[in-house]
Design a protein around this ligand. Structure first.
Ligand code: MTE
Ligand code: MO
Length: 324
């Protein structure tokens, strides 16, 4: 399988057979590729040595992962066990331990993604086609929940921008909406109206197209576990965790700002932007510091979760106190 770095792929090559990422191959573990992928996931990223970077051998390795960048110099990766046992995923219950328990048998194959709204390429796609031609890369991101805990997570995915460009949005597409699967049979949490189902999230088009915004299909060097949003979720590291919608089944291009599930549920507490901002507290608790899972002392929370150099310019002129 020949996979080039994303920057080498011209759009004319996107359908090139050689670049096709077959999901069977993608899921099939061979010890050789697993070893290579493990090195990629545990290796030194840029100039910073990341400690404790070993993925657990669960047998669902992803081959040919490209090393992405890591801005979190000195931050220790959270262990696989932290990332897969302390989750928010209300479709499977509201306790942090519920998703690991109740998403065990969640069926992620076959998986379809519907594309609709203001775009030329509407339709229903197989997950294989969403991943087709994309180079999976590891990105070590800070993950900051609005509940003031955080982790350092090596996601594996590809820029959402690549996928959006393939959908050919029209000039009316100002925002993108994402929908999670709603399946009460598989998702016991949806039998309780804690949120309005299905879970919905949205991004402004420039946020969605930002190179940091990732469509995630893996964790460490493995296929994404169900409790973390398999088979496809968002990672948008300068925003609070609730923007990172899991198990995406629909992408819709729209003209108006979407109403996301948490904003709909409690508009005084959760906004549309949800940019990590230590200066704007949640009405019921402070956002000035955070508890890194696995650490004892609290850390100071950074504006835009530490990604200000990359994203602050998206919000020039926007009152971030009003637009929380
Ligand atoms: N569909 C769906 N996506 C979701 C949630 C959810 O309840 N349902 N919770 C969000 C919240 S609040 C957080 S903090 C992150 C947690 O991601 P993690 O469990 O992989 O750390 O998922 C987000 N995505
Ligand atoms: Mo969260």
């Amino acid at each position: 399988m020949l996979i080039k770095p994303a920057s080498d792929i011209r759009s004319s090559e996107i359908t090139d057979k050689k670049l096709y990422l077959n999901r069977r191959e993608f899921l099939r573990a061979t010890s050789a590729t697993a070893a290579t992928a493990a090195v990629a996931a545990t290796g030194v990223l840029g100039a910073c040595a990341l400690l404790e970077a070993k993925g657990a051998p669960h047998g669902r390795k992803l081959p040919n992962i490209k090393k992405g960048f890591a801005l979190n110099v000195g931050d220790k990766l959270n262990a696989w066990e932290d990332i897969t046992s302390y989750n928010n995923y209300y479709e499977f219950g509201t306790d942090k331990s519920d998703p690991a328990e109740y998403a065990k048998n969640f069926k992620t194959e076959p998986w379809k993604v519907t594309v609709e709204g203001e775009c030329a390429k509407k339709g229903v796609m197989d997950l294989e086609d969403v991943l087709k031609g994309e180079t999976l890369e590891e990105r070590v991101y800070r993950h900051r929940c609005v509940e003031a805990w955080s982790m350092i997570i090596p996601w594996v995915g590809f820029p959402l921008a690549n996928f959006i460009k393939r959908c050919e949005p029209t000039s009316k597409a100002k925002y993108v909406e994402f929908y999670t699967l709603y399946d009460p049979k598989q998702m016991p949490g949806t039998r309780v109206p804690v949120l309005r189902w299905p879970y919905v999230e949205g991004l402004r088009m420039d946020e969605a197209l930002h190179p940091l915004t990732l469509l995630v299909a893996g964790l460490y060097d493995e296929v994404l576990p169900s409790q973390d949003g398999a088979p496809l979720r968002l990672a948008i590291p300068w925003k609070y965790g609730f923007k990172h919608i899991k198990s995406i089944v629909k992408v819709r291009f729209v003209e108006r700002q979407p109403l996301n599930s948490w904003q709909q549920q409690a508009p005084d507490e959760y906004g549309f932007y949800a940019n990590v901002n230590p200066g704007v507290d949640h009405p019921r608790w402070s956002q000035s510091n955070e508890r890194r899972i696995g650490e004892f002392l609290r850390r100071r929370t950074l504006m835009f979760n530490g990604y200000g150099d990359q994203v602050a310019s998206l919000y020039t002129g926007l009152d971030l106190r009003k637009n929380y």
